[in-house]
Ligand binder design. Sequence first.
Ligand SMILES: [Zn+2]
Length: 122
Amino acid sequence: MARCDQGYLCRVCGEEVEQITESTLYLRYVIGEIDPEVLHLAPESHLRCTPTLAQFIADERFEAIAPVEDAFAIDSLDPDFAAQRKELVTRGYRRLWEIREGRARIRAVNQYPLPEVIERWT
Ligand SMILES: [Zn+2]
């Protein structure tokens, strides 16, 4: 199978990232942390393999992960920052589900991000 026919491989566990709702890369993209020009160059990983980001997802569709136990743990962060981060990351995660389920009427990758991210780019 040609390289382009596969999904990206997770740099943490080495398994394929099969769904957009598992993708750290696309979550960071929809919340505006990765520019479209570097989307295909940035390293990919499963959300479940990236607890420093995944700990901010508050959605029942996301399976709970082991707590982060270092300076990046949600409890070690400034509470306001943590709350904002949780809101943003959770909205991004739900956006990925809209894309996966085809509910967002999105055809092109440049329409994936949250509205305020798209606005910032234009
Ligand atoms: Zn992984």
